[in-house]
Ligand binder design. Structure first.
Ligand SMILES: NC(=O)c1ccc[n+]([C@@H]2O[C@H](COP(=O)([O-])OP(=O)(O)OC[C@H]3O[C@@H](n4cnc5c(N)ncnc54)[C@H](O)[C@@H]3O)[C@@H](O)[C@H]2O)c1
Length: 454
């Protein structure tokens, strides 16, 4: 073991290592807090001054991270934050958690990774361990990150150390957090793997070492592609069930009683969030560069992407039973975040449903206890829309309510009692009612009857 490696292992063991996290969002802040809780003096770096101010004032802005934790760590001198990358010269380790979105053309947008790595490279010093956590295509660490860091002459694996470890955070999950989700780690060299495993081992219960950064990158893409493809399959089943007058929700509930060889996935209005709609396309882009055509990813993307259109068709069907059209109807979208009980609306299918209904002339409003406003840049309607206060006594104001995200706090009993029509894309309303149209289920008037299919 080289003296540089031995010294960093020792610093990590004794918690004298100074740790840094670049990108303090849904992934980076929980990780920074976990490293600080493990005993490291941790510095977060982000370009957003509001996040820096919040952390340095002892406040959390991520629902899964308690302000009490941020405050006590900040007051104990274990956690601070800055926009200034020159702090890198004082750090021993850096985890990079910056965004990896897609361009409009569905090509990877590597600009955040490149910019963060270039900023780190300016202050790179011997002995520094850098671990990339952003979800990305296999090859990013050695093809993109390594050359940028080596540009000034220091050599990865000898002078500084490089690893990839995919983040698996599940926002809103009350059981699994950064600490108790096993962490897959791949190093550029055995020394890189050893150092990264030592760092993560201090803050995460279980480490899963793999043979290379490319394997670690691919693991994350397998996990998220697995979800995208299975959701695509069950969404297609929902479309089939709709045509065949079968209740897809009942089918999945019964199928999941099989104790082996089946895993339940549920249909819905489309994919949302920063991961599942995006990550598979990172893989597909890279696979195409190797002349491989990834068919499952494209097909699942096609089916999942069509779901908001299907929801709008359901709304038209529902209104049709009242001799109404989408054009001119008052429609309330219930739930704009991409999943239940969280505030994140990135890639949310609710924004697509809202845009499609708006384009057909509906007067669209939304209610979401976690989202106050949709800005014009976030949806195709291009105007700012504030959420309405909707609860008992107000649901009767709308021609149709579309449940896009089934937040637990919605008063579904009041919705059923007061609403004229409901389109339920999440099976939030379990009891059949004559005015409730569920995605992937028989139309209310034919519920339980066999009807001829066309
Ligand atoms: N959110 C999730 O559930 C989740 C789960 C697993 C993996 N991931 C992956 O983790 C990565 C980060 O996702 P996130 O949800 O935390 O994103 P986020 O948008 O919540 O946070 C990213 C942060 O990085 C900052 N940033 C951007 N460029 C920067 C730069 N050059 N220097 C410093 N800071 C910079 C942004 O200001 C922002 O605060 C992505 O690759 C994502 O795919 C996300």
């Amino acid at each position: 073991m080289s003296p540089l490696v031995a010294s960093l292992v020792e610093k990590i063991k004794t918690r004298r290592a100074r740790t840094g996290v670049v990108g303090l969002g849904y992934v980076g802040l929980p990780l920074a807090v976990e490293l600080a809780k493990a005993g490291f003096r941790t510095t977060g770096i982000d370009l957003d001054p509001r996040k820096i101010e919040a952390i340095n004032a002892g406040q959390s802005y991520i629902p899964d991270v308690a302000t009490a934790d941020v405050r006590s760590l900040q007051q104990a001198g274990k956690l601070d934050a800055t926009t200034d990358f020159s702090v890198v010269k004082d750090l021993d380790t850096i985890n990079i958690c910056v965004p990896t979105p897609l361009r409009k053309t569905k090509d990877p947008d590597m600009s955040y990774i490149v910019s963060a790595v270039e900023s780190i490279a300016e202050h790179l010093h011997p002995g520094l361990l850098i671990s990339l956590e952003s979800t990305t295509y296999p090859g990013t660490t050695d093809e993109v990150v390594q050359p940028l860091l080596e540009a000034k002459g220091l050599k990865a694996g000898t002078d500084f150390f490089l690893a990839f470890s995919p983040e698996r955070v599940d926002p809103g999950n009350a059981t699994f957090h950064t600490r108790n989700v096993p962490k897959v780690v791949g190093g550029l060299t055995p020394d890189c793997l050893e150092l990264a495993s030592a760092l993560y081992g201090a803050a995460v219960d279980t480490i899963v070492p793999v043979s290379s950064t490319r394997v670690a990158e691919m693991v994350k893409l397998l996990e998220n592609t697995f979800r995208a493809v299975n959701i695509g399959l069950v969404n297609e089943l929902a479309l089939m069930c709709d045509r065949m007058n079968i209740d897809v929700w009942e089918v999945v509930e019964a199928a999941k009683t099989k104790p082996f060889g089946f895993m339940a996935f549920y249909p819905g209005p489309g994919l949302g969030g920063h991961c599942i709609p995006i990550d598979p396309f990172y893989l597909s882009w890279k696979a195409k560069q190797s002349g491989f055509d990834p068919r499952f990813i494209e097909l699942a993307g096609h089916i999942n992407g069509s779901m908001p259109h299907y929801v709008v068709e359901k709304v038209a069907d529902a209104l049709n039973t009242k001799r109404k059209s989408i054009n001119g109807s008052n429609i309330l979208i219930a739930g704009i975040a991409y999943k239940r009980d969280i505030d994140d609306m990135r890639e949310s299918p609710a924004l697509d449903v809202m845009g499609l209904l708006d384009a057909k002339g509906a007067n669209v409003s939304f209610v979401d206890p976690y989202v106050a406003e949709v800005h014009g840049r976030e949806w195709s309607g291009k105007r700012d829309v504030k959420g309405v206060e909707a609860g008992r006594g107000t649901f009767g104001r709308y021609d149709c309510i579309v449940i896009v995200t089934d937040h637990k706090t919605f008063d579904y009993d009041a919705m059923v009692a007061e609403a004229d029509l409901i389109v339920d894309t999440r099976n939030a309303i379990r009891k059949p009612a004559p005015h409730v149209f569920r995605l992937g289920a028989p139309r209310p008037e034919t519920h339980g009857e066999r009807v001829a299919t066309v």
